[in-house]
Design a protein around this ligand. Structure first.
Ligand SMILES: C[S@@+](CC[C@H](N)C(=O)[O-])C[C@H]1O[C@@H](n2cnc3c(N)ncnc32)[C@H](O)[C@@H]1O
Length: 304
């Protein structure tokens, strides 16, 4: 039997993450909101996923009621005996007559190990192994993270700026940019550099340049990857990757891209009010949910 994993994603990146994982030789057997179920052909490495959990148990989704939840949790945890303290994080799709904390505490109470509830906003002590429970409308899953920290936490990240991108979102944008070795890639408002750092990890053989009007952003970017040509603007880049500020509400016709150079392909993440200037024709768009907001990743080409 191939090992089964739950791959958690940002809302809106499910299909792109499934494509990344399929290309790596694994089998994606189900896709629901924020989650893929994957039969792994070997170790799963993904830069687009938020996190990944080895499946420990699965039972049918109990539906809405608390009584159903109690019965499902009893079956889900029947064979589990953690050998030390644990935390439990739960999430579900759809409307239920219980909260995520009810799910977490029901699982935690059955484990026979010291359990740290998150109900009152206190996180378990650092290093406590976390069990993940998800209810996706079809099944109730229980998984364990095979690595110590969430996948979205990047070892390279030493500094951030206000509005720094979630690294899996940057990785998805880099993938959509379809960068080839030898190409010149430019980020005109690089902040702490997340887009180019993630792009360079995917395609180390391209040339990366980043600019920002804030010197503090350039300092942060240098800390994150000293090998990139920060504070430079190349002539005629092949690709532009951009994350303009969308914290400020711009008028509907605001054009953050006016000052960016033309390139073979532009991948930008824009706030709901933002549009690219007329030079660009959008060829693909992905609406995400990140921290309660709904930006769009826009892939665009020059011309009609
Ligand atoms: C949302 S942040 C970029 C965050 C970056 N992607 C990261 O992950 O850290 C937007 C950046 O655009 C910069 N910026 C705003 N207006 C600019 C302009 N006209 N030219 C260049 N940079 C600009 C800001 O200083 C800020 O660092």
């Amino acid at each position: 039997m191939p090992a089964e994993f739950l791959v958690r994603t940002v809302t809106g990146l499910e299909d792109l993450t499934a494509a990344e994982i399929t290309e790596a030789g694994h089998r994606v057997v189900d896709v629901t909101k924020r989650q893929l179920v994957v039969e792994a052909a070997g170790p799963v490495t993904t830069r687009l996923a938020d996190d990944l959990f080895a499946v420990r148990a699965v039972v049918p989704d109990p539906g809405r009621t608390r009584a159903g939840l109690r019965q499902a949790v009893a079956r889900l945890t029947a064979d589990l005996a953690p050998d030390g303290p644990v935390g439990v994080t739960a999430s579900f799709t759809g409307s239920r007559n219980f909260s995520r904390f009810d799910v977490e505490d029901a699982v935690g109470a059955r484990l026979g190990a010291p359990y740290f509830s998150r109900r009152h906003g206190i996180a378990p002590p650092p290093g406590t192994p976390d069990l993940r429970v998800t209810l996706d409308g079809k099944a109730m899953w229980l998984g364990a993270r095979p690595h110590p920290v969430p996948l979205h936490r990047r070892a390279w990240r030493r500094a951030t700026v206000v509005g720094s991108l979630h690294p899996p979102v940057a990785a998805a944008m880099a993938r959509l940019a379809d960068i080839r070795p030898g190409q010149v890639v430019f980020d005109p408002c690089c902040g702490a550099g997340t887009l180019l750092v993630e792009a360079r990890i995917q395609v180390p053989g391209a040339h990366y340049h980043g600019a920002d009007l804030d010197p503090a952003a350039i300092r942060a970017a240098r800390l994150n990857d000293p090998a990139i040509a920060w504070r430079t603007r190349p002539d005629g880049p092949d690709r532009v990757l951009a994350n303009p500020p969308w914290g400020v509400r711009l008028p509907g016709d605001a054009v953050p891209s006016r000052e960016w150079p033309e390139a073979g392909r532009l991948v930008a993440i824009l706030g709901p009010e933002q549009r690219l200037d007329r030079r660009w024709t959008t060829v693909a768009e992905y609406t995400l949910t990140v921290a309660g907001r709904h930006p769009r990743i826009v892939v665009a080409l020059i011309g009609k």
